[in-house]
Design a binder for this molecule. Structure first.
Ligand code: RIB
Length: 312
């Protein structure tokens, strides 16, 4: 029997305003759109849902406003069995929102209004309690950086590994890198943090090695349709992506990160966990919306096997 790991996710909750358009308007242009829908999102919420649907016990550390969006987001997370005992409700700030403009080409553009996410605060005693017994802390950068750094330090003290997805990008202190077990970055983030161009798997290896030299345990660079490059002590691999017809890539990275964290927490090695993440993300991009498109473990199991990995 695969063990059921406990994963703590610290991150954002947003109500996504999904605006479907034929294409993004030019500056000064007015365009007729197709539709507007309100759907649960936010990188923290999405990663929590991905972990839960892959079979982990999940506790979410996040903050919403005391409003209808905040309640709808909590209701959706509760349906996935996510523990919300640490969720904070802000009496003055509105729940975070994100405008997701989705083009017919499947390209998206996202603008986030942080709202209550920006007022998340935690004390060390609460963090220690929430992290007790967890195998991973999963976090990103849509929550205040000081809180993220505080949680990473608390996770280390609690003996809990950290999977960090630094999105959206911010300057980070040098002391953070050695505290990270697993760093998940896309090509833009890898290039910015490593200080080199990243558009090919070979360049992703160079960036991953530069980040490992700063103390990160293992680096995972997502390259969209090109696949995923992993860099760890034992070497580097290129895990090709599955070929699917993408309609919306929103939350694909979050789906990948959550599935990766659960597989690692279950004791799979980085190669197997990456292949699992790639299969989960392949399902997500074939559906429209963030949390609504994140697959269950059974849906990932039903996918074809990921293509064989190679040396980048
Ligand atoms: O990663 C996708 C998410 O980014 C969206 O759900 C949106 O809320 C933004 O946080």
């Amino acid at each position: 029997m695969t063990p059921t790991p406990t994963i703590v996710v610290l991150g954002s909750l947003n109500m996504d305003l999904l605006l479907r358009v034929p294409r993004a308007p030019e500056a000064g242009e007015t365009l007729l759109g197709h539709s507007l829908a309100l759907l649960p999102g936010g990188k923290g919420g999405n990663q929590a849902v991905s972990c839960a649907r892959q079979g982990a016990h999940v506790r979410l550390l996040a903050r919403v406003g005391r409003d209808a969006d905040g309640q709808a987001l909590q209701d959706a997370l509760a349906r996935d069995g996510i523990a919300l005992d640490a969720l904070q409700v802000d009496d003055t700030e509105a729940t975070g929102r994100a405008l997701v403009m989705l083009e017919d080409s499947a390209q998206n553009r996202i603008v986030v209004l942080p709202g209550a996410n920006a007022t998340l605060q935690l004390d060390d005693a609460d963090l220690a309690r929430h992290l007790q017994g967890a195998s991973f802390l999963v976090t990103q950068l849509e929550s205040p950086l000081p809180v993220v750094l505080q949680a990473v330090a608390a996770a280390r003290r609690a003996g809990c590994r950290v999977l960090f997805n630094p999105s959206p990008m911010l300057p980070l202190p040098d002391g953070l890198w050695p505290q990270l077990d697993t760093l998940v970055v896309n090509e833009v983030e890898a290039a910015a943090y490593a200080g080199c161009a990243v558009s090919t798997p070979a360049e992703a290896v160079v960036a991953g090695q530069a980040l490992r030299a700063r103390g990160v345990g293992r680096v995972v660079v997502t390259l969209g349709a090109l696949g995923v490059v992993t860099v760890e002590q034992g070497g580097c691999r290129l895990q090709p992506a599955l070929r699917v017809q993408a309609v919306d890539t929103t939350a694909a990275g979050d789906t990948f990160a959550g599935a990766l964290a659960v597989a690692l927490a279950q004791g799979q090695d980085l190669a197997a966990a990456t292949a699992r993440g790639v299969r989960a993300a392949a399902v997500c991009v074939t559906r429209v919306g963030a949390q609504v498109s994140i697959p269950t473990a059974a849906e990932v199991d039903a996918q074809p096997a990921a293509p064989a990995a190679s040396t980048p």
